[in-house]
Design a protein around this ligand. Sequence first.
Ligand code: FES
Ligand code: FE
Length: 413
Amino acid sequence: MGLNAVDMVVESRAGRRESLAALIAAQVPGHSLSQCFYNDPGIFERDMERMVLGHWHCAGHASSVANPGDFFTIEIGRESVIIVRGKDNQLRALLNVCRHRGSRVCTEQAGSTRGGFVCPYHAWFYDTDGQLKVARQFPEGSSRDDYGLKQVHLEVIEGLVFICFAAVPPGLGHLRRALAAGVGQYGWKDARVAHRQSYTIDANWKLVLENYWECYHCSPAHVEFSRAHATARSLHGDPELIERMTAKAAAMGITFEEMDHLAPLNAPGEEPADCYRSPLEADCVTGSEDGKPLAPLMGRFTGYDGGVTFNDCGPTSNFLAYPDHGMMYRFMPRSVDRTDMEVIWLVRGDAVEAVDYQLDRLTWLWHVTSLADKRIIDLNQQGVSSAYYQPGPYTEMECWTQRFVEWYLAEIS
Ligand code: FES
Ligand code: FE
């Protein structure tokens, strides 16, 4: 197996060599991808180059780095990035690669530093803005100014921290509009992180995203989710519930500009993003075990509208907002058959745990749902890796997954 970077040849398990272009052309429209797209290390490298390094990704919520010196690290593929608020109050994305001989510098997942970061290898010391401050026996004639930690692009939109590795990143106008139309109305910029949890999925990242983009699996795999979310029943939702949700939001002065979710990924030169609404079942007001409220109302909401709002941004960042809490999904490809899925629960910025909400109640639904997703996606990879796997047809309820796959093929072409 492997992809030659020059002639882009993929060698199949059976020893057949085919160009990537020929493989893409051979994909059957409306069907899942051929096996090599899910298990070939060379194609994974191409995915990293085009889909990961070339796009914006949500790294977390700004409330996790509220004060100077606060930081957290994230891992994407082979890259590690330190998101840190400098002493100058600026948020930066520093590459976690020492400028001496390349060691990881920061080994903690999150924390707060008064000084900066000390490399564990030979103790070069970097300030919170990435500048190299101390390096013992630093070579004469060289300048420490030339050896600061490298940075990647960082933008905060509606409280969400986005980073991009590309020299010239995709535009963010479309994404900003989508988030303002969606999570912006739920006051996410003033929210705070109530809980974050990481799930390691033993599958190619595209299987994880294909799963996220469809609810065909919801009724068999997510009994708990399906109890509250009408989207588990049909693609277009129940017209009566949609009408009720729209009217209730309008009565609070809230209207939504939905951005076409069948074509969310179609703004040339711009990072793709969408915004769409979905009703909850009639006896439910939020995404909880019993459909009852979980936490203080957020943003512009003065009551419950019986709906949930989705925003999907770029290839790996997906969000959903209820009137009383928010869910962030971050999908981080790590290797050809391993993906980290981080789930972050948001509440209103002034909400106090055990007073305004109970953490176990808040996290129950999306924890059991995420565990179930891990199970079905792991099984999906196992089957896709079989010599007998053959791409099968997407159903109508998988139309967004189909759209995602079509966009992916265009991006890696
Ligand atoms: Fe970091 Fe040497 S590799 S100080
Ligand atoms: Fe699921």
